[in-house]
Design a protein around this ligand. Structure first.
Ligand code: URA
Length: 205
């Protein structure tokens, strides 16, 4: 696609990102450092949706750059997917946490947070128009399908949903928790296999 064809969408995405900085659709902004919006090219064929920013992402203002993000990056590398060519975002764009002394402990977003933030996610999808949307875990899947889904039941298969192709897989933090346990290698291989399927679909002519 030519740059002149994508420029209006690029501009709209930048505008959306700027607007999201003052989002008050739910209360999570009150204790977060900033809105962590999605990042990536406007014409990205693969659109990854994670859960919500963690401590590192909240400070840096970028999605999936903390420990789970590093593990995710290593899997992308192994699957020959260039992160810079993908759009990466979260279902919820503010860090939900509880303070314990100096530590900020992650708390899963509630349904109301997912619902409130769904508006931003839909706008991102409509502007990027990816070939495939990948839900990394249950919160992302909940947001994309607009209802709770059982990851185990739909994982690894492409779903046609409304105008989108959605692929559901695990969240990289699940792999992180499994590290040093039996089952890690098997789960990681399965995730790599799924990334292979995603890449095949996204980059097929
Ligand atoms: N960091 C993110 O940006 N998203 C997650 O879901 C987890 C960590």
């Amino acid at each position: 696609m030519t740059q002149s064809a994508t420029l209006p969408r690029q501009n709209k995405l930048e505008q959306l990102c700027a607007e999201a900085q003052s989002c008050r659709r739910c209360e999570l902004y009150k204790h977060a450092t900033q809105t962590v919006f999605g990042e990536g090219p406007i014409d990205a064929p693969i659109f990854f949706v994670a859960e919500q920013p963690g401590d590192k992402e909240d400070s840096a203002g970028r999605p999936l750059i903390g420990p789970a993000g590093k593990l995710f990056d290593s899997c992308l590398n192994e699957a020959h997917i260039d992160r810079a060519g993908c759009y990466i975002t979260n279902a919820v764009k503010h860090f939900r946490h509880v303070q314990r002394g100096k530590r900020r402990l992650h708390q899963r977003p509630s349904t109301s947070h997912i619902e409130a933030c769904r508006w931003w996610l839909r706008q991102e999808i409509e502007l990027v128009r990816p070939k495939i949307i990948v839900a990394l875990g249950a919160v992302a899947a909940r947001s994309l399908f607009g209802k709770p889904v059982k990851i185990g039941q739909i994982r690894g298969r492409l779903q046609e949903y409304e105008d989108d192709f959605i692929f559901v897989t695990i969240h990289p933090s699940y792999l992180l928790r499994l590290r040093a346990q039996t089952g890690f290698d098997r789960e990681r291989s399965l995730f790599l296999e799924e990334l292979g399927k995603i890449s095949q679909f996204a980059y097929a002519t």
